[in-house]
Design a binder for this molecule. Structure first.
Ligand code: FPP
Length: 226
């Protein structure tokens, strides 16, 4: 058995609770969480088995958070993308966001587009940030797009119309909860699910490596028999 974790997706949960343990504001947790995102991305870019890393950075439901927290997350995202661009280029990482970006400020949209364009030639890891992303929203947008053609929708045509066209092999959620929270619903149909109590700011490469080695031992049958 030697499964390759070609596409890893992560629900980065627990920033707020980690900040509480430090007697700090929730935003401190998000800031630290963005550093974990960088460390995990760099590790994945150096592991040739991993082709795509999708990180759930802002869901379609996250707008319900307090206004100040949402504003902070928007600023953090913009800062992160601007700061990380040299590292993307240095590590040959292509940045590909998924989600409905139209809800973001024009400045943030411009930054996202700039980083996409600047890294479009990169051939290593694809880092996909899920931004204003919801699995149901993604499927609905794809179906509506296909409906304009008035031809029968197939699994293949629907797959190709989604924001993210790559099946997830390994889905990890930090922070102790055991749910999918509207993340990559279509793409995770046969994903192996791993849940850890570690809060995202404390997640690290050692733990990811342990999860990957457990993943490699799993017998994946995709509904068939072995
Ligand atoms: C969940 O923690 C985390 C989020 C809703 C946002 C994820 C954002 C980051 C990791 C930081 C930004 C990342 C990048 C790549 C710029 P929570 O706030 O729900 O934590 P809690 O469950 O402890 O309250």
């Amino acid at each position: 058995m030697n499964n390759l974790p070609t596409h890893i997706a992560i629900i980065m949960d627990g920033n707020g609770r980690w900040a509480e343990t430090q007697k700090k504001n929730r935003t401190f947790g998000h800031e630290k969480g963005s550093e974990t995102a960088r460390l995990i991305t760099t590790y994945c870019s150096g592991n040739s088995e991993i082709q795509r890393l999708t990180l759930y950075a802002f869901s379609t439901e996250n707008w319900k958070r307090p206004k100040l927290e949402v504003e902070f997350l928007m600023k953090l995202l913009e800062k992160y993308l601007k700061r990380e661009l040299p590292a993307y280029l240095e590590n040959n990482i292509r940045f590909e966001p998924i989600g409905d970006l139209s809800a973001f400020s024009s400045s943030l949209q411009k930054t996202i587009k700039n980083v996409c364009n600047a890294t479009a030639h990169c051939t290593g890891l694809i880092q996909s940030l899920a931004l204003n992303y919801g699995g149901r929203d993604e499927i609905l947008r794809a179906v509506n797009k296909l409906n304009e053609n008035q031809t029968p929708i197939t699994a293949q045509s629907l797959n190709n119309a989604l924001d993210s066209v790559s099946d997830v092999d390994l889905l990890i959620r930090t922070g102790g909860d055991h749910r999918i929270s509207n993340f990559l619903l279509w793409q995770s149909a046969y994903a192996e699910l791993f849940f850890t109590d570690t809060l995202w700011p404390e997640f690290n490469v050692d733990e990811l490596e342990k999860i990957i080695s457990q993943f490699k031992k799993v017998e994946r049958r995709f509904g068939g028999v072995n």
